[in-house]
Ligand binder design. Structure first.
Ligand code: ADP
Length: 347
């Protein structure tokens, strides 16, 4: 039978075999600790301190290392304890340090960088708060309108109230539809296949044709070059469709929207330009956040959910692309999506 490595004795020792005394050299222990994805500091009974490489170098920022390291040392002396330290940013970083006594003596401290977890928790909490807020308004509306409907005899009033209930219900359905889209898109990169973006653009514009006609907005499409990308068709149609929908919604009656698809420096570039209300520079970054709207009233009046541009950004991220906006209040906006071209491969 082969010897159990690192144990003293006749070579018959096994883990948990109390008859033989384990001899493990320090480098092996540290190498094992290095495999652990958190920082670990061990104070041995003879006064030596072992640490894995993540313990002092968790952050890559020197003064942060020192602060965390010092906190871990104090914690070792404290025995069983847990504390959180926040290192001022930007961006601020959060560490949790947990220490325990080792039997029969010594101590171990585990250092965990929980910055990302904290951020995700905060995003989740924000999201739930925003979603509740978004749904509260139409749900409250339906409740109030239904109350008013009870006992109402006047057919004209009944028709008016019922119509408003239907539109609130549509608003809720639109929010839920967009959320389902968003979570599907966030969940995975989709079914990638070689696609002609010109087809994607035409399909997306087709989806918005009815809305455009109702607002007397004309949408033109122009295509130049071979616009082949590797992508998920339904995600890309949804992204371009959201941009065209916005361009129509935020145009004035009788306005014009230009959608172009072309190639440039190995990229396929789709741009959607309108001459509508435009967006102030201060809002350019924020409009891609979930539920962020510059003008809540106008967004609601046009059936907006505040999720369209989040969907666009996620789709573009999934495809290794970028989305940018150029816009001026009162003059219009141009949204530009740039995707890596697959150069016709397999198309
Ligand atoms: P919404 O459903 O409200 O349109 P989006 O996420 O699609 O949500 O857009 C976020 C906000 O960005 C909108 O509420 C609007 O204020 C602004 N916006 C987006 N596209 C345009 C545009 N083409 N022109 C002017 N404002 C726009």
């Amino acid at each position: 039978m082969p010897a159990w490595p690192g144990r003293r004795g006749d070579g018959e020792g096994r883990p948990g075999d109390a008859a033989t005394e384990p001899v493990v050299d320090e480098r092996t222990v540290v190498a094992a600790l290095d495999e652990i994805p958190i920082g670990v500091v061990v104070a041995l009974p003879d006064g030596r301190v072992l640490q894995n490489r993540r313990a002092p170098a968790m952050t890559g920022v020197r003064h942060v290392d020192v602060l965390v390291w010092r906190a871990a040392q104090e914690q070792l002396a404290a025995g069983d304890a847990e504390r959180e330290i926040v290192v001022a940013g930007p961006p601020p970083r959060h560490f949790v340090i947990r220490s325990s006594r080792l039997s029969p003596s010594g101590a171990v401290a585990r250092i965990e960088d929980v910055t990302d977890r904290k951020r995700i928790d905060a995003v989740r909490t924000d999201f739930v708060a925003n979603l509740s807020h978004e749904l509260k308004t139409p749900i409250g509306g339906v409740a109030a309108l239904s109350d008013a409907l009870v006992g109402e005899d006047d057919p004209e009033t009944v028709r008016r109230l019922a119509g408003r209930i239907v539109s609130e219900a549509h608003r809720m359905a639109a929010i839920v539809d967009d959320l389902l889209d968003l979570s599907r898109i966030e969940f995975g990169s989709g079914d990638m296949e070689p696609l002609d973006m010109a087809d994607v653009v035409r399909e997306a514009v087709g989806q918005q044709q009815h809305t455009a006609q109702q607002s007397a907005v004309s949408v033109s499409v122009s295509v130049g070059g071979e616009c082949t990308v590797l992508g998920d068709r339904s995600q890309l149609v949804s992204a371009v469709s959201n941009l065209v929908e916005n361009a129509v919604k935020y145009s004035n009656r009788g306005g014009e929207v230009d959608v172009t698809c072309r190639t440039s420096d190995g990229r396929v570039v789709v741009s959607v330009a309108d001459h509508g209300i435009g967006i102030a520079a201060a809002d350019h970054e924020r409009i891609f956040e979930r539920f962020y709207r510059v003008d809540k009233g106008r967004s609601r009046a046009t059936g907006g959910t505040g999720l369209g541009l989040s969907i666009v950004r996620h789709v573009v991220d999934n495809h290794g692309g970028t989305v940018t906006v150029r816009s001026e209040e009162g003059r219009g906006s141009t949204f530009t999506v740039s995707l890596p071209s697959s150069g016709g491969a397999g198309a």
